[in-house]
Design a protein around this ligand. Sequence first.
Ligand SMILES: [Zn+2]
Length: 445
Amino acid sequence: MPVAIKKCINPSCGLSFEIENDFYKCPCGSLLDIVYSVAPSKDLIEVFYARRNHGGNIFNESGVWRFRDLINFLGINTESFDECAGGLVSLDGAEGRLSRPYKMSKVADYAMMNHDNFLLQPEGYNPSGSFKDNGMSTAVTHAKMLSVKKLICASTGNTSASAAMYAANENIECDVYIPRGEVAAGKLGQAFQFGAQVIQVDGNFDDALEASLAEADETQGYTVNSVNPFRLEGQKAIVYRVMEHLNWNPPDWIVYPGGALGNTSSCGKCLLELYQWGWIKKIPRIAVINAEGANSFYELVNGLFENKRLDWNCGRPDLEMVERYYLHKQKNGFHPKTRATAIQIGKPANIAKALRAIEISKGVVTQVSDEDMTDGMSVVGLNGFDCEMASGAVPAGVRKLRKEGIIESDDVVVGILTGRQKDPKLPVEYHSNRSNRYARPAKHK
Ligand SMILES: [Zn+2]
């Protein structure tokens, strides 16, 4: 029996496949999960603690591979350094190494939360500056297993930076499809810096993704966008680090910005697995925060289109309604628009898996304005941490859910700050405008 298989997420299909290939969709059109044959022992919790004293072993140092027994789709002996080094892809143990939850009192005040039970986990301190490195380490591990020659992705900037960095380290080619003029200069610069072939697409991220998937089909390139189930396996490490910090006592809420919904999907799968293995006693609620200008998931889940709430529906979500929604938007000339370019996505590729995550976790989806997000981003800075505008959606979203009485002030809430500031214009502009909540304009002499 193989240690891991790909399995269709649609329960009325349920087809499964070996993992020695790079397709990410079932012939029925649904996305695929990675499913493991064995439930891991809870004794591993002690092993993970012990590995934090890494003794020079980069796979213990890595905040992803420290938990390698839970994502061991290669089926290696996880205690053998040679087997790890032969199979696992790591940026010298740097992915996830600096990431864990922190208390941030000023952000807690802004979000109307108690100081002690509101935590934020900055993923911007990953090597390429965003959470993407968590999932890229596992996706590129799978690519290496297949002896892939070229990675391909579409990106609003963070994915391309991460893919290009891993590709450079592994000596693999990397093509990145980027919507022209819609990517922060700092992120575009990273793709060039790490030697990727940049392909600029006239259109938005959704157009770039379509172009990159078509190219991957034609040229046998390996897609590293979050439709790739191996990306989502690595992103589960974000949740493992949250849980470890809380001694595996789950919080009441985990909060993410919502873009392509890969993180939401990964978190939902992770929580369900931990619960089914008996590692956690309850499943935290997931809150997804959309930008008002890119709010497809918010509108669909909350029944703002055709007066019907889109839900998981036991694995048969009404994806025809989603297509009608996209068509409706197109007919009305609507294009996703927010200055938080990392989440400027109109057609979230992981929508079905994200609906499952919302169902599993009794989650909620809300939206915040660009102004709210820049406030959120700025108050994180006042606590001495750095994040990009999309991450500012997290404090802003918690504040909104507090005002609505959905989150209580004594709930334990962990928010994920997904990336570092890569658009230096934003804080300069924010602080130059005296009317902004936290503005501290420059003085002139
Ligand atoms: Zn299927």
